[in-house]
Ligand binder design. Structure first.
Ligand SMILES: Nc1ncnc2c1ncn2[C@@H]1O[C@H](COP(=O)(O)OP(=O)(O)O)[C@@H](O)[C@H]1O
Ligand SMILES: [Mg+2]
Length: 282
């Protein structure tokens, strides 16, 4: 099942997109210092669907904020497309943000509630340089983005984000990404606030985005079963460190680290076939 979802391209043929060496974040100073991310190394390639998996407090969100350039890196290097990432000025940071875009856990916190949905989508077009494009071209692009996520543009234009359901808001987030077409999508627990049915739809849309735009998707989750289902590569994070990483099948079918084994034991039968005898007996 997982294989069918994944791109057929050989994982090793892909060009580097985002890499890190010794990336570290320490919050606070002196005896209050706390190392949230501790010398992590990673190589995320173009078109990779990567999951970062770990329990709450393991440092996933802190790492994602460093990758997004929202907080400083205490120590270590981040490379974007094979060159040291430079976000030292406001202009450079803005340029970098054309390449990496987030979807956050809480869709309600992700929108300016005073902006109508049409304005949210217009902002994306402006960022892509479509500000002075003809009105009908803009409407065509916005309609296309909405239909990509099964939303109807004509019904949305005059609404505010708070008039949508949680699932619809998440889909609107993905429509934004479809318009922005960044090189990297950072999705931090994007499905944890929505019901199981919307969750499957959102995951399928993320896979479709990756396939259509050759985007690198960095998917952050505490759910190793979900990571196995959806990703090419997984990085397992414990106390700010990557304890294990590699192709999803290798890591999850044949885990080496005790921590990975424990995460897998918490979700029994993620890859075993249902044993019908056992089901019948119970
Ligand atoms: N701004 C901050 N100041 C101090 N400590 C923080 C801050 N943000 C996160 N932390 C701490 O860093 C650790 C990792 O947190 P986080 O990255 O949010 O983990 P996760 O996303 O895996 O749940 C936690 O112990 C958290 O309390
Ligand atoms: Mg988090």
């Amino acid at each position: 099942m997982a294989d069918q979802q994944k791109s057929k391209q050989n994982l090793t043929d892909r060009k580097p997109c985002l890499s890190g060496r010794g990336v570290t974040k320490v919050f606070g100073v002196g005896n209050k210092a706390m190392t949230a991310v501790d010398h992590v190394d990673f190589d995320f390639n173009e078109g990779d669907f990567v999951s970062i998996v770990g329990e709450s407090g393991s440092g996933k969100t802190t790492l994602s904020k460093m990758l997004l350039g929202l907080i400083s890196v205490t120590e270590g290097e981040i490379e974007f497309q094979g060159k040291p990432r430079d976000i030292s000025s406001g202009a450079k940071r803005k340029e970098y943000w054309k390449n990496i875009q987030p979807i956050f856990q809480d869709p309600f916190a992700s929108y300016n509630m005073f902006y109508k949905i049409d304005a949210v989508l217009d902002d994306c077009l402006n960022m892509r340089g479509f500000k002075s494009a003809p009105e009908e071209e803009k409407v065509r692009l916005k309609t296309e983005a909405c239909s990509f996520v099964n939303l109807k543009y004509a019904e949305l234009t005059n609404k505010y984000p708070f008039e949508l359901s949680g699932g619809q808001m998440q889909r609107l987030m993905i429509a934004r990404i479809f318009l922005l077409k960044p090189k990297i999508l950072m999705a931090d627990e994007p499905t944890s606030m929505i019901d199981a049915c919307s969750r499957a739809t959102i995951l399928d849309m993320l896979l479709k985005l990756r396939d259509e735009v050759n985007m690198t998707v960095i998917f952050i989750t505490h759910d190793i079963g979900l990571a196995y289902y959806i990703s090419d590569k997984v990085y397992i994070m414990e106390h700010g460190k990557f304890v294990e990483s590699g192709p999803a099948e290798t890591v999850i079918i044949n885990p080496q680290a005790d921590y990975t084994k424990r995460l897998i034991n918490d979700v029994p039968k993620i890859y075993e076939k249902w044993d019908l005898d056992t089901v019948a007996r119970n």
